[in-house]
Design a protein around this ligand. Sequence first.
Ligand code: PLP
Length: 408
Amino acid sequence: MTADLAELDARDPLREFRDLFQLREGLIYLDGNSLGAAPRAAAARVAEVVKEQWGEGLITSWLGADWSTAPQRIGDKIASILGAGPGEIIAADSTSVNIFKALTAALSLRPARSVIVSEATNFPTDVYMMQGIEAFSGGRVRAVTVAPDAVLDRLDDDVAVLLLTQVHYKSGLVRDMAEVTRQAHAKGVLVVWDLSHSAGAIPVDLNGAKADFAVGCGYKFLNGGPGAPAFIFVAERHQAAMPVLSGWFGHASPFAFEEDYRPAAGITRFQCGTPQVLGLAALECGIDLIAQADLAQLRAKSLALGDLFIAQMEARCGEFGFELVSPREPGLRGSQVSYAHPHGYEIVQALKQCDVIGDFRTPDILRFGLTPLYLRYADMVEAAERLREVCLTRAWDKPEYRTRAAVT
Ligand SMILES: *Cc1c(COP(=O)(O)O)cnc(C)c1O
């Protein structure tokens, strides 16, 4: 087994990426689906932007250091890994804000329809944003959530837009983007895809799937850093939609300081205010790494890591009551493996003491993110073994693990 593992890691076509990340020896980081590891290039890059571009160049850096075009430039790089065209993605704002932009744009393209549909188990911010739009609309818009399996049946003539996350944040179940989009379009419904757990994790083909809108995080599998700017995709055919967040950086001529809003052409109108220059600098380091990886190799390794982890969990932790909640079938699984366990929260805390970082999602889910750029096959075995130790010694059974922290 050990020899085979060493062989697998030695032959891994992505093995050289690990050194491009800052990762402490001994640590097994299985939380790249929540906050990706730091690309080594990011510290120097951000320092350069602060010391030279900001420190020395001051305001001249908006043009001199290309700050003003970074959202479009980085958006185009993201587009290249998501099957979108140049000018269809912009890096800006948070995922939540971009959900608002995409939903309101979609609603404006379906003025005779009034319902936004999503699944009840979607990531909460997605549903909260729908509810905010409903509350603000004064009765014009209704936000409806249904059981995951009932989504397609709920689409009727009243539904303007369907909001779905492609890879479920808890279970890791992948939805078939092309097929769901096709069925929604057949009912006249537009779709907003949340790619928070897809971008940088699995191959995505937005235009191949005829996607309308999409959003996603910069700080998860794109390794863009804490609070990194998110992105929004608007298919070229929908870019005439009027943005509701009509800020000056989405204006056709921001520095003309005109009295009235006139939208910029193309994706730029889906930017709102001043670009987050420092965050964009770090994000670009993460995107540049992913853009160098072969996404088919990335997917193949991600699934192999998942299969190995599941097998090791069965072999080493089978008697401790973990229930696999991610699909066993690799094709249906994103880049994570999750388990339910009644003591999930405590176990995740105890595991951190053994230098294995995963995370916990209520009510009882232990989530292990598998990031092929910096994890090794050997890490899967070692993580399962350390988890076995935690269970055997009941290291999780401590009073201090019984109260939940503010961030889990
Ligand atoms: C992580 C995540 C978000 C986060 O939204 P932010 O506005 O960036 O905090 C949104 N949606 C999904 C599905 C996520 O997994």
